[in-house]
Write a protein that binds this ligand. Structure first.
Ligand SMILES: Nc1ncnc2c1ncn2[C@@H]1O[C@H](COP(=O)(O)OP(=O)(O)O)[C@@H](O)[C@H]1O
Ligand SMILES: Cc1cn([C@H]2C[C@H](O)[C@@H](COP(=O)(O)OP(=O)(O)O)O2)c(=O)[nH]c1=O
Length: 211
């Protein structure tokens, strides 16, 4: 019998290293019998990927950012995430709504109550079962990004913005301790990966299994 479906999200400031570990987590889950959907936000459907391009490269205010990511999210949920969970697949999603609270809410200072309203309209109660928060100091993340790629619109923000985004993630973690796990992403790649795998194995083990 295949393992029960889970909705797992990966979060952190840009350059924290989350994308570097999704493949290893995917492999571990497949070995444990999960059928997977790997996806990302903004994105994951044809429409949402087109919205992602606009989001990452066009200038807009914070409300437009929020509406665009929640619009993309609605399409992604309805066409992709919900059907996958319904057919028993585990969903690994690179960012989800915690990113909106962290970036648009804490980072841009946008109204958290409005974000909460959009969250409940768009998600109809759907929340991740597990969120891996790769937490690292903004200076370390900036140095990693500088060595890896040219910055997009959000990655060009100053360090104070990423301090606020980090605090936004911390607030979400406090509000939902049952699903949030904080990983010290300032460690070496190998140590971060070991932590991520240990958490995912522990949190996806079926009752009665040896894990
Ligand atoms: N723990 C780490 N130590 C050193 N470099 C890292 C670590 N984790 C990731 N990196 C590097 O930092 C860069 C950004 O990583 P990435 O996974 O793309 O971050 P994110 O998806 O969180 O923005 C990549 O070049 C990656 O190899
Ligand atoms: C999902 C989401 C992402 N973002 C931002 C965070 C990132 O800067 C950007 C794209 O995310 P991502 O693809 O994870 O960037 P990377 O892996 O290159 O770090 O979009 C928001 O501002 N709000 C959101 O709701």
């Amino acid at each position: 019998m295949s393992a029960p479906a889970r909705f797992i999200t990966f979060e952190g400031i840009d350059g924290a290293g989350k994308s570097s570990h999704i493949e290893a987590v995917a492999q571990a889950l497949e070995e444990a019998g999960h059928r997977l959907l790997r996806t990302r936000e903004p994105g994951g459907t044809e429409l949402a990927e087109r919205l992602r391009e606009l989001f990452l490269h066009e200038r807009m205010d914070a409300l437009t950012e929020a509406l665009l990511v929640f619009g993309a999210r609605r399409d992604h949920l309805v066409r992709c995430i919900e059907p996958a969970l319904a057919e028993g697949r585990t969903v690994l999603c690179d960012r989800f709504t915690d990113a909106t609270f962290a970036y648009q809410g804490a980072g841009r200072g946008f109204d958290l109550a409005v974000l909460g309203q959009l969250e409940s309209w768009v998600q109809q109660g759907r929340q991740p079962d597990l969120t891996l928060w790769f937490d690292v100091a903004p200076e370390i993340a900036a140095a990693r990004r500088a060595g890896a790629r040219a910055p997009d619109r959000l990655e060009s923000e100053e360090s104070a913005f990423f301090e606020r985004v980090r605090a936004g993630y911390a607030a979400r973690a406090v509000a939902a301790p049952e699903r949030f796990v904080c990983i010290d992403a300032g460690q070496s790649l190998e140590a971060v990966r070991a932590d991520a795998l240990a958490i995912v194995r522990a949190r996806t083990a079926s009752p009665g299994s040896a894990a």
